[in-house]
Design a protein around this ligand. Structure first.
Ligand SMILES: C[S@@+](CC[C@H](N)C(=O)[O-])C[C@H]1O[C@@H](n2cnc3c(N)ncnc32)[C@H](O)[C@@H]1O
Length: 210
């Protein structure tokens, strides 16, 4: 699956920032919302893409150290170009999120339109985020939720996006829900999700902390 997505973004990296503003809604909102709830020192964005959120995170949390992880070298190259302004605080890491990166370390893990592309793998990624977060740390997810139109869901599937309302229940099982909203895009053609949850004390994280 990683190879398929890598190939997909080899082309899309070039047009990503020009096109995605028109349908990846809620990305600014979730960071603004997070800033009213928490002041993280260590942040991980999983699937950071071209780095739009990394720059917004760096501006919103001026003392935070931020890691951006992505499996696409082409997307990361774009992120690198943007991140030089805050290069002392942003680390870019190439790789697939198929397990925790630094257990018990992060105050915030953000998934912005990346979890819905991890199929298979989204359940493991939610589990890995729980391990990467310290107890009491927050997970933020903004992503496609669902669509009433099966043709649209299929078309999104061809673009490697699964939108079947599967993320919210799994997030609510894994984290204590702090807040969530489901909003409509383009008059209800699809709905997208903003979820913020608090990490529970987990055996591995507790061990790493103590
Ligand atoms: C739709 S883009 C979102 C980029 C950015 N977060 C944003 O909001 O603009 C999805 C990104 O997730 C990355 N991605 C997908 N699955 C991944 C995985 N398993 N591990 C790391 N990155 C992944 C893709 O390479 C892509 O850059």
């Amino acid at each position: 699956m990683s190879e398929t997505l890598e190939a997909y973004y080899r082309f899309h990296a070039g047009i990503y920032d020009l096109t995605r503003w028109s349908f990846l809604f809620g990305r600014t909102d979730i960071i603004d919302l997070l800033s009213r709830l928490t002041c993280p020192r260590r942040i991980l964005e999983v699937g950071c893409g071209t780095g739009k959120n990394l720059m917004k995170l760096a501006k919103t949390f001026p003392t935070a150290r931020i890691t951006g992880l992505d499996l696409s070298p082409d997307m990361l190259r774009k992120a690198q170009n943007k991140a030089h302004a805050a290069a002392d605080r942003i680390d870019l890491v190439h790789g697939a999120y198929d397990g925790p990166t630094a257990p018990g370390t992060f105050d915030l893990v953000l998934f912005s339109y990346s979890l819905s592309m991890m199929d298979p793998g989204w359940e493991a990624a939610i589990g890995a985020a729980g391990e990467d977060l310290r107890p009491g740390g927050r997970i933020g997810v903004v992503d496609f939720h669902d669509s009433p139109l099966s043709g649209f869901r299929s078309w999104m599937g061809m673009n490697h996006v699964r939108m079947e309302g599967h993320l919210l229940p799994a997030l609510q099982r894994a984290f204590d829900t702090e807040t969530f909203t489901i909003r409509g895009g383009y008059g209800g053609l699809w709905r997208y999700l903003i979820f913020i949850g608090v990490n529970r004390v987990r055996p591995t994280a507790a061990k790493a902390a103590g």
